[in-house]
Ligand binder design. Structure first.
Ligand code: MSP
Length: 629
């Protein structure tokens, strides 16, 4: 029986057709950070990650490399293990779906479901995207293409085995509504409920061996292997002992968190709960879907050839700052933009300036003016105020972390660090030592103890550097980690190394790997190129939401000489009421496209930065149809 202190969290298992990039690294670091926080609070924690090795993509990659799929997997898995080691990932188990125990367990589950009539054979035709390794219905395609990979999938008709997913539709809707923590954040939950408004079909779980041989053979039909998602999702159970070691399994299940990216919400929030229901197991407590790391507003992915490899960054800037940046810059559930410039800005301002400076300043002043760590002999109002915030900080940080608001937790810690820098500026201990050494000692002790506390809270995010720093700070082991006053007055302190040296943007980092440019060169265009684009002002006449599309609005606009209909991905930023009557700027000579079955005859212009989007308009009022040059 799972007790309240057992904490089981998982990452997706990654396809081995791809090298690990910062998208994969993000989820894995997030899981590692959470696992470290929960271990530190004393929870019995199990952190599972691994690789998804079966399927058409792997079979294709292996055959183009002229090796067997198993050889391909054996080579690729090394990159993931190495990446996680270099990124300081402290997982408890790394599963491979080619592990024999997993294969056996999947076959047992399949046989059981088949025997109970949950799986049946049927002929089916559908659009199959190899990138997603799943079928799409025509309605789900955008302009006939897979919405994730922007490629037209193949139409495939064949006999297959199906899991009776459809019969669980009403139960699932009810479950999601009654368990508000099940899918997080809220926006993803609404997306899933929107998806479930359409009838749910049964889930194809097999491939004929003639088309795909690299999979787990069905126990009840040797001509077929199981479909990649059925095999992959079950890793969350098999890795902790299901179905043969139920004692171990029940210690951990249900999972506290499945961490996933928003690209695999349907498989985790629709397929997975229905599979679990059919098996007869409780559902995970929370499935948390984070946003995407984007480059120039486009999702980072192998197929789009715009990936940033985490290890290239680590080689240049060090593991702790990469971990800090990824955790700090992606807000709960939203997309985040990656660029080396944003990285350096964050690094210089928070790690080099705020945190690094406080550390070297305080230790240097103590060493220069005292033979040992001074006492806080005369705490006044300022010191009492700091102690009050210092007492609250661990509590707020842990609360935010437990709600997966890691960005805000880090913001809180760094704001505290900034307040200590400010306190130093106001109290000027370097001047005070000349007039009142006791008072200067009080200020320096307070700052050093605050630094220790902030460092302790940052340790799960930056384990290497913080460990280095904490090992230099002498503490009273009798006192608790987060208790005020743990630093030992009277003990000597060593000089600390510079933790985060400032990065000078004008100096090109020599270690920057030529194979992985972190920033792409912008191609230049001529005035003639620009003249091809017809930009005009337009007035918004009507606006409606596009059904079942969280991001899309359908607008009718007046171009002065004619009315047009356009579909724009701005629903998360503007409500229809905010737009009606506004003058906007549109590209008027764009080839029409069909989005979700709706014709769009133009494109509106908007500016986007750090997730915030603003429609472009004119400063003074102007008639619709004015040409912009
Ligand atoms: N094998 C499946 C998952 C099976 S889980 C039972 C799969 N693998 S994947 O290699 O494509 O990795 C998907 C996961 O990698 C995403 O859900 C996300 O966690 C992470 N990311 C991949 N690209 C990403 C970004 N650009 N940004 C953030 N994370 C993304 O799907």
């Amino acid at each position: 029986m799972k007790n309240s202190d057992s904490f089981f969290l998982t990452t997706p298992i990654y396809y081995v057709n791809d090298m690990p990039h910062i998208g994969h690294a993000y989820t894995t670091i997030l899981a590692d950070v959470l696992a470290r926080y929960h271990r530190a609070r004393g929870a019995d924690t199990f952190f599972l990650t691994g690789v998804d090795e079966h399927g058409q993509k792997v079979q294709q990659a292996a055959s183009s490399a002229g090796i067997t799929p198993q050889e391909h997997c054996d080579r690729m898995v090394v990159h993931f293990r190495e990446a996680w080691e270099k990124l300081g990932i402290n997982y408890d188990f790394f599963i491979r779906t080619t592990d024999q125990f997993h294969i056996d367990a999947v076959r047992q589950v399949l046989q059981n479901l088949y025997d109970r009539g949950e799986i049946y054979q049927h002929e089916y035709g559908g659009y199959y995207c190899v990138g997603c390794e799943r079928f799409y219905t025509q309605k789900e395609l955008v302009d006939g293409k897979c919405p994730q990979h922007l490629k037209a999938p193949d139409f495939i008709k064949e006999k297959n085995y199906f899991f009776r997913m459809s019969k669980y539709q009403d139960w699932l809707v009810d479950y999601i509504q009654k368990n508000p923590d099940f899918i997080q954040p809220e926006s993803r939950k609404n997306e899933v409920l929107g998806f479930l408004k359409n009838p749910l079909s049964d889930l194809c779980i097999s491939r004929p061996k003639a088309r795909l041989s690299w999979g787990i053979e069905l126990p009840f039909d040797a001509e077929y292997v199981t479909y990649v998602w059925f095999d992959a999702l079950l890793n969350y159970l098999t890795a902790i002992g299901y179905p043969n070691d139920l004692k171990r399994f029940e210690h951990w299940w249900p999972a506290n968190y499945h961490l996933i990216g928003k690209d695999i919400v349907t498989t985790h929030c629709v397929y997975w709960p229905t599979i679990l229901k059919a098996i007869g197991l409780p559902l995970p407590k929370t499935i948390f879907a984070h946003g995407w790391w984007m480059i120039d507003e486009t999702k980072m992915s192998k197929s789009l050839k715009n990936i940033v490899k985490p290890l290239d960054l680590v080689d240049v800037y060090g593991v702790d700052s990469v971990r800090y940046f990824l955790m700090r810059d992606m807000m709960l559930g939203q997309d985040a933009n990656f660029s080396e410039e944003i990285f350096i800005k964050r690094y210089n301002s928070e790690l080099a300036n705020d945190f690094g400076n406080l550390a070297s300043r305080v230790v240097t002043l103590i060493k220069r003016n005292f033979t040992a760590i001074p006492e806080a002999a005369q705490p006044g109002n300022d010191e009492i105020e700091i102690q009050v915030s210092a007492r609250k900080l661990p509590q707020t940080t842990h609360q935010l972390i437990s709600e997966l608001r890691v960005t805000e937790a880090l913001e809180g810690i760094i704001t505290f660090v900034r307040s200590i820098n400010k306190y130093m500026e106001v109290r000027q201990p370097w001047q005070l030592v000349k007039t009142d050494k006791t008072e200067a000692g009080t200020v320096l002790y307070t700052a050093l103890e605050s630094l220790r506390l902030a460092a302790t809270l940052l340790e799960p995010v930056m384990p290497t550097k913080i460990k280095e720093l904490l090992s230099i700070l002498p503490v009273d082991e009798q006192k608790q980690e987060f208790a005020w006053g743990r630093i030992k007055s009277g003990a000597t302190i060593e000089q600390i190394p510079i933790l985060f040296p400032r990065i000078d943007k004008s100096v090109k980092t020599s270690a920057e790997p030529p194979s992985a440019p972190l920033k792409k060169e912008e191609p230049l265009i001529t005035i003639d190129d620009f003249a091809k684009v017809k930009l005009t002002t337009a007035t918004v006449l009507t606006v409606e939401k596009v059904p079942d599309a969280t991001k899309l609005l359908k607008l009718t606009i007046d171009l002065g000489t004619e009315k047009r209909q356009i579909v724009a991905g701005i629903a998360e930023h503007y409500s229809p009421e905010q737009l009606i009557g506004k003058t906007i700027i549109v590209v008027a000579n764009l080839q029409p496209v069909t989005i979700r079955g709706i014709k769009s005859e133009g494109m509106l212009l908007a500016a986007k930065k750090d997730g915030k989007l603003t429609l472009l308009s004119s400063i003074d009022s102007i008639e619709p149809g004015a040409k912009i040059s």
